[in-house]
Design a protein around this ligand. Structure first.
Ligand code: ADP
Length: 181
């Protein structure tokens, strides 16, 4: 039996490095160089092998994604994607942020991954307004899931209560829309 899109989505509050999934997504920088925030947490848990694997990749443009093993993480893989630094929203930021989600999902599909967890990309150091970022993330993921069977399951892993509340509200809206159709 095919699961509905909403059954394939989950919102969690917590630390993405603890999740036992096929892949977690990292909010990386263009050089794939060690950073703070979620990137720092992922590197600390994965061990120095991840730094070496990232160095070998030689960077990643904004909106694109790259995959490495998860090394010492419970997740098998890390998909690194680079969000846009938010200026005023008129510099292509929405399209670039959507591309991060779509390209990460594409890599997950190409690698046969069944479960994938996202942090709230670009909403930390890169300054993307949380509410707008949440709308883009949920729309990109639901659009993808409508047309693809992999990944089977997508988790939005919110580190902050504010993000968790926004995602819950957003998915509730989607639920209402789905049941009204
Ligand atoms: P960016 O540079 O793309 O803004 P950040 O790492 O600064 O990336 O922030 C992205 C999001 O990751 C923020 O919402 C932040 O709260 C969240 N975050 C930080 N640490 C973790 C973690 N261990 N697990 C999940 N999310 C995290």
């Amino acid at each position: 039996m095919q699961l509905s899109i909403l059954d394939r989505l989950q919102i969690l509050r917590g630390d993405i490095t603890k999740l036992q999934v096929d892949a977690i997504v990292n909010a990386a920088n263009e050089r794939l160089a060690p950073g703070g925030g979620v990137d720092g947490a992922i590197r600390r848990s994965a061990g120095p092998e991840l730094d070496e694997a990232c160095r070998r990749l030689g960077g990643c443009p904004v909106g694109e994604a790259r995959i490495t093993p998860g090394f010492r993480l419970p997740a098998k893989y890390v998909i690194h994607t680079v969000g846009p630094v938010y200026r005023d929203g008129a510099q292509g930021e929405p399209h670039l942020l959507r591309s991060c989600y779509i390209n990460a999902l594409k890599l997950a599909e190409e690698n046969g991954l069944r479960s994938l967890a996202f942090p709230c990309i670009a909403t930390g150091i890169y300054g993307y307004p949380k509410k707008e970022a949440c709308a883009i993330a949920t729309e990109a993921v639901t659009d993808w899931l409508r047309g693809h069977s992999l990944p089977e399951r997508v988790i939005f892993c919110c580190f902050e209560q504010e993000d968790y509340d926004l995602y819950c509200e957003q998915l509730k809206k989607l639920q209402t829309m789905t049941s009204e159709q």
